[in-house]
Design a protein around this ligand. Structure first.
Ligand code: SF4
Length: 312
């Protein structure tokens, strides 16, 4: 096995194909509503992370109903993950949060994945989720945007949080025995390969259960696009991206599930996206290189205390 693929993990865990159904809530983000800032992260587009979402005006139950009908019919699946994808889905009043999440607990939903920022994790909300998991037997995974562990880069990205908030969130979420998925951009031009390796090591040390890697596409009408057009940033090469992704995987705990290796965005909304190469072709190139290098996820992973194993 080259790496711990999400599709296989889902098949093993739930015994059949499972699809993630995106859900869109009328929420915002503290980095956009003025609490931390108005501009947002330099790469974030107006629509946040979801390009294929239904309107947030539609209730959670109805969004699920429509998605289940469409995906179930076209892909023959009966098990689904309710995925609260856009913006910061814990950044809303507690009662509203409880209502939305509870609405997602319906037949066929085997897990709920909730995207949010590392600085939007409150104990009360996690306690509710832990209770729900127990009561309904539904898995819960918190998807946290980390992007990089280099706190200088986090500042340049205008994330509005540093590495410390991610560490705090991971410790807090684990206290409630919920899953964590870290989102990570492996090809940030401000980072180098050492940052990416350190990222894999920190994610592993914190007991994160899944990672979702992104490649840096440049959306129109973002600060990143303006920096790009002024020549202030230059995407790294495709070869460097492949190399960084492999180094990341090699240092990652082999038990961590890899949701994906490459980000995607509609070409018409970007000025740069994945070197004009489809995500599956890029994935093939990474996998072929791993075979050529005879390497795999976790090949260079060492648990923090691994030296101690040698002396007793
Ligand atoms: S935290 Fe997420 S939603 Fe908020 S500005 Fe950054 S990328 Fe956009």
């Amino acid at each position: 096995m080259l790496y711990n693929k999400f599709s296989q993990f889902l098949k093993d865990k739930y015994g059949s194909k499972v699809y993630k159904l995106p859900l869109n809530l009328p929420v915002t983000c503290p980095n956009r509503d003025g609490s931390l800032g108005w501009a947002g992260c330099i790469f974030c587009g107006e629509e946040g992370a979801g390009f294929e979402n239904l309107s947030c005006e539609i209730s959670v139950a109805d969004q699920l109903e429509q998605n289940v009908r469409y995906i179930g019919k076209n892909y023959g699946s009966e098990k689904f993950i309710a995925y609260f994808q856009n913006y910061s889905n814990t950044y809303l009043p507690y009662e509203l949060f409880v209502k939305n999440i509870s609405e997602a607990c319906r037949e066929g939903i085997v897990a709920i994945y909730i995207s949010t920022r590392p600085d939007c994790i409150a104990d009360r909300y996690m306690e509710f989720l832990a209770g729900l998991k127990e009561e309904k037997g539904i898995d819960i995974v918190m998807e946290l945007g980390l992007q990089t562990v280099n706190y200088h880069t986090l500042k340049l990205l205008n994330r509005g949080h540093t590495l410390a908030e991610f560490i705090d969130a991971a410790i807090r979420i684990r206290k409630y025995r919920l899953g964590i998925c870290a989102h990570y951009i492996t090809d940030l031009p401000m980072d180098n390969v050492d940052d990416v390796i350190e990222g894999a090591k920190i994610i592993s040390a914190l007991g994160v259960s899944q990672v979702k890697c992104h490649s840096l596409f440049i959306l129109k009408n973002t600060e990143l696009e303006r920096m790009y057009s002024r020549g202030e940033i230059q995407p790294i090469t495709i070869d460097e991206f492949i190399d960084r992704t492999i180094r990341f995987l090699e240092h990652l705990d082999p038990d961590i599930v890899v949701q994906r290796l490459i980000g995607r965005a509609p070409a018409e909304r970007t000025v740069f996206c994945n070197w004009n190469t489809s995500w599956w072709k890029l994935q093939d190139m990474i996998e072929a290189k791993m075979v050529e290098q005879n390497t795999c996820q976790g090949r260079l992973y060492k648990a923090g205390n691994s030296l101690m194993n040698k002396i007793h």
